[in-house]
Each structure stands twice: as structure tokens, then as C-alpha cells.
Design a protein around this ligand. Structure first.
Ligand SMILES: *Cc1c(COP(=O)(O)O)cnc(C)c1O
Length: 391
């Protein structure tokens, strides 16, 4: 079970009634401009030498409340909330990497992070080595004198493979390399990478932190020095600012994170168990099943196994038929919503990827990714059972 602190901390994270006329709910500061008390203090605030606000791109009190909440739930020194998960990934990597630097990243990676590395950072002179991240030794083997970042994503999308976080952290620390980890799939309820030694955690708050599929946001959390450079240098230029209303919605989402994640975890385990006993299902990938190759590792580094799973129904046609037949599950990308979402990688998100490359990273023809929602588990299972009958 997750640490007790998360059950109570999430409910009160970011609250500060004293600073807000007694308001228990953090107010939405709908302002882009803040006046300076005087010229001297204005200059200090403008340079970040004194706390305060002056222009929305550099911070807003509602955003700050969210950043405080994120530090509390991830166990970080500092946080920067941004407009999307990709704004967080981009801002983090552009803070840490310069032309001539090298990054080691998993070959099984969120597709747009992949695009950032190949289409934006590579042309700017950053070199990338993709490794099979299930073996930490592959990180060690890929490291060069100019390596600055070791990137981790666990569980991986959509294959649910795990990375041994403490092992990769040890390899990186020995060589002075910064570790960055995408913790979107697990959430801090199930996995707290900063407590395992990771330097920076990134999130797509669009997913479980917001939790309701109704906003776009992201964040980076961790070492103060990196976060403040990301705020005062990188994002000051890139400008991927979060709006105060969105920041407030995430604060509200976080209050029910523990409740939702407990249910996501329990439902996903029930669905994974059902699927693994079904004659038409060839494979189920869920770190909470003892049959998962990294089950022991999952038990060591995760407090819960999450709401994401993948399963294989054979060929492309079977996969397509299944997603066209389900009724309760919505055919949609994204994840971490209270509703159950299903997608078929081979005919949807990865349709443009050549089959050989797809197969090489474990995205088989009949692989379906399921973001298990918080509906009654029996209803989700009945929907899948009915669709499997017709595959
Ligand atoms: C969705 C997602 C992202 C990107 O986040 P956006 O909010 O869509 O920009 C990054 N990493 C993972 C693992 C994701 O699921």
C-alpha cells in the first residue's frame, strides 16, 4: 500500500488559508500583472531575488499553490507547473542539454518525447542513444563522456515494461549524470522516484493528476537548482505557462488522487486477472500480475501497480474489431481519466510506424492499451467479455 502520508497529504496539498483571507479553497488569481510595492523591491522580484509576482509568465499565486502541492506529494524541493506534459519534458531537457551533449533514453518511450529527441534536439546538436531500458546495464554501456541525462519512463507506454529505478540512478550518480523520469503512468500514489534518488520527475498532469480528461497541463518536480533554471531561464523564453484556472483544476484533482488511484489499481488488477484467464487473449501486460517478468521489481519500487494495462488479442483485424465492439470503454487515446479508455496501437497511434519497428519495441499487431477507469470493475469486465465473444 502507498505511504500513509499520501492519503492525507493529497487532500490538503497547496492549501494556505492565512495567505488567502481564510479561503480554504485556493483562489484563482485571474491576473497577468502584479504591481510592485516600490522600485527597489520591484527590481529584486523581477530578478527572482525576492519572492513575489510581477508578470504571469514568471508565476502566479494559484500556480505557486499547485507547485507547493506537487512538491508535497512527490517529495520534491521545487516544482514548475506548465501548460502540458510536453511543455514539461521540453523545458526540462532544454534546461539540461546543450549542443554536443548526449542523452540515454529508453527505446520504449512516449511517442512525442521520442519526436522531441529526434526532430528537435538532434538537429540542435544533441545526440541520443536509445536502449532496452529493462536492463540497467544497457544505460551503463551507452554512457559517454558527454552524457548529461539518463531518461527513464516506467511503466513504459504501451508495453508496461519496467525500469529498475534505483539501479539506473546508481549508474548515473556514479558518473555525475542527471536522471529525469516521466512518472505519468504510475503517479506519486504508486511510485515516488525522487525518494529513490531520481533528480527530476516530469508529469503529464493531463492524465491522473487532473484525473478527469478535461484539461492539459504538465509539471517538473525535483532538484531546486534545475527547477529554478527551468523557470527563470528556459520557460521564461519558451513560455509554456499554465493558466490559473487550469492550475486550480489540478489542485482539485489532486484532492481525490488517493481515492481514484486505489480504485484504478483495484480495477486494473481485476481486469488483468479476468483477461489472463480468457481463451482469446494471448498475453496480458500488467506489473501487478505475478506472470509479469518484472513483478518482483514492481513489488520493490511501486506501492501500487496502476490503472494501465495492455493485452493482445492476436492480429490487427481482431484488435480493430474489439475496439469497434466495446460499449462502456471509450475508443480514445490519452489515459488516467475516470472513464475507461481503450486504444489499438497498430491501427491507431502507431499505424504510421513500420511493422518491424513496432514489433521490435513490443507493440504487437493485436495489442490493446487499456486505461482502466473507476467504474464498477464487473461492468468493465462484462463489456470486454462481450466484445471478446465477437472478436
Ligand atoms: C500524455 C503523456 C505525455 C505528454 O503529455 P501532454 O500533457 O499530452 O503534453 C508525456 N508522457 C507520458 C507518459 C504521457 O502519457
Amino acid at each position: 500500500m502507498a505511504e500513509d502520508v499520501l492519503y492525507t497529504t493529497v487532500v490538503h496539498a497547496g492549501e494556505d488559508p492565512k495567505a488567502n483571507l481564510g479561503s480554504l479553497s485556493v483562489p484563482i488569481y485571474q491576473s497577468a500583472v502584479f504591481t510592485f510595492p516600490d522600485a527597489e523591491q520591484g527590481a529584486a522580484i523581477h530578478e527572482g531575488e525576492q519572492p513575489g509576482y510581477f508578470y504571469g509568465r514568471m508565476g502566479n499565486p494559484t500556480q505557486s499553490a499547485l507547485e507547493t502541492a506537487l512538491c508535497q506529494i512527490e517529495g520534491g524541493e521545487a516544482a514548475l507547473a506548465l501548460a502540458s506534459g510536453m511543455a514539461a519534458v521540453t523545458t526540462t531537457l532544454m534546461t539540461l542539454l546543450r549542443s554536443g551533449d548526449h542523452i540515454v533514453a529508453p527505446e520504449s518511450l512516449y511517442a512525442t518525447t521520442n519526436a522531441l529527441l529526434d526532430q528537435l534536439l538532434t538537429p540542435l546538436g544533441v545526440s541520443v542513444t536509445y536502449v532496452d531500458a529493462t536492463d540497467p546495464g544497457n544505460y551503463a554501456a551507452a554512457i559517454r563522456p558527454e552524457t548529461r541525462v539518463a531518461y527513464l519512463e516506467s511503466p513504459a507506454n504501451p508495453t508496461m515494461k519496467l525500469v529498475d529505478i534505483p539501479a539506473v540512478v546508481a549508474i548515473a550518480k556514479e558518473r555525475g549524470i542527471t536522471t529525469v523520469m516521466d512518472n505519468t503512468f504510475a503517479t506519486p500514489f504508486n511510485q515516488r522516484p525522487l525518494t529513490l534518488g531520481v533528480d527530476i520527475v516530469v508529469h503529464s498532469a493531463t492524465k491522473y493528476l487532473g484525473g478527469h480528461g478535461d484539461l492539459m497541463a504538465g509539471a517538473l518536480i525535483g532538484k531546486r537548482e534545475v527547477v529554478e533554471r527551468a523557470r527563470w531561464q528556459t520557460n521564461k523564453i519558451l513560455g509554456g505557462v499554465i493558466g490559473p484556472q487550469t492550475a486550480w483544476l489540478i489542485l482539485r484533482g489532486i484532492k481525490t488522487l488517493a481515492l481514484r488511484m486505489e480504485r484504478h489499481n483495484a480495477n486494473a488488477l481485476a481486469v488483468a486477472t479476468f483477461l489472463s484467464g480468457h481463451p482469446k487473449v494471448r498475453a496480458v501486460h500488467y506489473p501487478g500480475l505475478p506472470s509479469h517478468p518484472d513483478y518482483a521489481l514492481a513489488c520493490r519500487q511501486m506501492a501500487g501497480f496502476g490503472g494501465m494495462l495492455a493485452f493482445d488479442v492476436g492480429g490487427v483485424e481482431e484488435g480493430r474489431r474489439l475496439v469497434n465492439t466495446v460499449r462502456l470503454c471509450s475508443l480514445a487515446v490519452s489515459l488516467g481519466d475516470v472513464s475507461t479508455l481503450i486504444q489499438h496501437s497498430a491501427s491507431m497511434t502507431h499505424a504510421s510506424v513500420p511493422r518491424e519497428r513496432r514489433l521490435a519495441v513490443g507493440i504487437t499487431d493485436g495489442l490493446l492499451r487499456l486505461s482502466v477507469g473507476i467504474e464498477r470493475a464487473e461492468d468493465i469486465i462484462a463489456d470486454l467479455a462481450g466484445a471478446l465473444d465477437r472478436v
